[in-house]
Design a protein around this ligand. Structure first.
Ligand code: AMP
Length: 174
């Protein structure tokens, strides 16, 4: 598989969930065994030698490939979730996204200062979601933060709102 082949399998849904959004539907790639494996393998090859101790997935599409990557690189998995889902003490961050606003939460005790973390989501658009996730992780304090998304919408310049010391990788560009 190549980036272009997987890109060809990802389905575009115009005007979902609202008019003007070109929604990148990864379910068509997830149901394809070769594309599913390719996505996991690409991320593993990028991060297997970085000393990652925790992969942090963003609800909900960061929960699909994230744990598979974590298992293969010998890391744990930590969820960042929408309000009201995590049962123990949380810290939270609100943010604007391509459509609407949202709040995300993480368990206060999910990470330690010694952790090297990989934040993972399916898609980087304006970067608001990922920037909020970075802020959450920074509030707890970790050794190093890496960021990966399967897809990047280049025209929205999402990676530019993140600090330059944070390495961002993406596999497929639109
Ligand atoms: P943003 O905060 O603008 O970078 O938006 C990223 C988040 O919103 C990710 O969790 C994506 O799953 C979702 N998202 C934003 N735009 C799209 C899109 N065009 N297609 C699919 N998901 C999107």
């Amino acid at each position: 598989m190549t980036n272009e082949q997987v890109k060809g399998i990802i389905r575009n849904i115009p005007d979902f969930p609202q008019k003007g959004i070109q929604f990148k539907d990864i379910t068509t790639a997830l149901r394809n065994p070769e594309a599913l494996k390719w996505m996991k393998d690409e991320i593993v090859s990028l991060y297997k030698d970085k000393g990652i101790t925790q992969v942090i997935g963003l609800e909900s599409r960061g929960f699909i490939i994230g744990p598979a990557v974590a298992m293969e690189i010998g890391a744990g998995f930590v969820p960042i979730r929408k309000p009201g889902k995590l049962p123990a003490d949380v810290i939270e961050q609100s943010y604007a996204k391509e459509y609407g606003t949202d709040t995300i939460q993480i368990h206060k005790d999910a990470l330690s200062k010694e952790d090297v973390v990989l934040l993972h989501d399916d898609l980087l658009a304006t970067g608001g979601t990922m920037a909020a996730a970075i802020e959450l992780v920074k509030k707890i304090g970790v050794k190093k933060i890496y960021v990966n998304c399967l897809i990047e919408l280049d025209g929205l310049n999402g990676r530019e709102i993140m600090d330059s010391d944070i390495e961002v990788t993406t596999l497929i560009h639109y």
